[in-house]
Ligand binder design. Structure first.
Ligand code: 13P
Length: 250
């Protein structure tokens, strides 16, 4: 059975003081209500070391919002997985729509990242999702299909235990406009089929791969979303950035 997962993407929203206060609050309050769910947080890169220290041994995992796919090398301004391993970081987001939209990240660069990070023992959450104009033009499944085939193509099935997917429709991110559970379920089930079609015996891989939903997940809609058969958790922005609403997601 796939676990239920709540992952908080803190984006670039919190100061160090706020990130540490939130991490301390989660350490104090979350383990008691975690039950059979898994919790993760993705602080900004500069807070990773200090947040990881606060959450060490708490059962709450810490991941990076962005990692460059190379060992220590000449690449100004980027962060290597080798840096983050030193702090016990083992999770990474790849292909978040904000990086695709505003920083030009392509499916093929995401593919490079997914492969390198999974080979280096990181668990990757590969993010996909259509824009509003793509949905309105009836291109949702075409876009999602290409994101899966190009972003996850040519990766050996052995690495798929290190890969999760997040479906984040761009029109639902930070807008308060959440996909209906039926819309999200339809997309998740499509994504699972696309993943299964990537290679021989892909059905087993796809059946065990967690797919999270992201886009205006809040304490009052999380339960219904997570009750859908192909929705294994939430990748949550705004509601994960305040202690009370993060706790309300469990
Ligand atoms: P919101 O939950 O703020 O819509 O953000 C979703 C998101 O982008 C998570 O990665």
């Amino acid at each position: 059975m796939r676990p239920k997962i709540i992952a908080g993407n803190w984006k670039m929203n919190l100061s160090e003081k706020e990130a540490l206060a939130l991490a301390n609050g989660l350490r104090e309050k979350l383990p008691a209500i975690l039950k059979d769910k898994r919790a993760l947080v993705f602080p900004s890169t500069v807070h990773l070391a200090s947040v990881a220290k606060v959450l060490e041994g708490s059962g709450i995992d810490v991941g990076a919002q962005n990692i460059y796919p190379a060992s220590l090398t000449a690449m100004t301004g980027e962060t290597s997985p080798d840096h983050l391993k030193e702090f016990g970081i083992k999770f990474a987001l790849v292909g978040h729509s904000e990086r695709r939209q505003f920083l030009g990240e392509t499916n093929s660069f995401c593919n490079q990242k997914v492969r390198y990070l999974a080979e280096n023992d990181f668990t990757v959450i590969y993010c996909v999702g259509e824009t509003l104009s793509e949905r309105e033009a009836g291109r949702t499944f075409e876009v999602l299909g290409a994101q899966i085939r190009e972003g996850l193509g040519n990766i050996s099935s052995g690495l798929f235990s290190k890969i999760w997917v997040a479906y984040e429709p761009v029109w639902a991110i930070g807008t308060g406009k959440v996909a209906t559970p039926a819309q999200a379920q339809e997309a998740h089930s499509f994504l699972r089929k696309e993943i299964a079609a990537l290679f021989q015996s892909g059905a087993d891989v796809a059946a065990s791969l967690p797919i999270l939903y992201g886009g205006s997940v809040k304490p009052d809609n999380v339960k219904e979303l997570l009750s859908q058969p192909d929705i294994d958790g939430g990748l949550v922005g705004g509601a994960s950035q305040k202690l009370e609403s993060y706790l309300g997601l469990f």
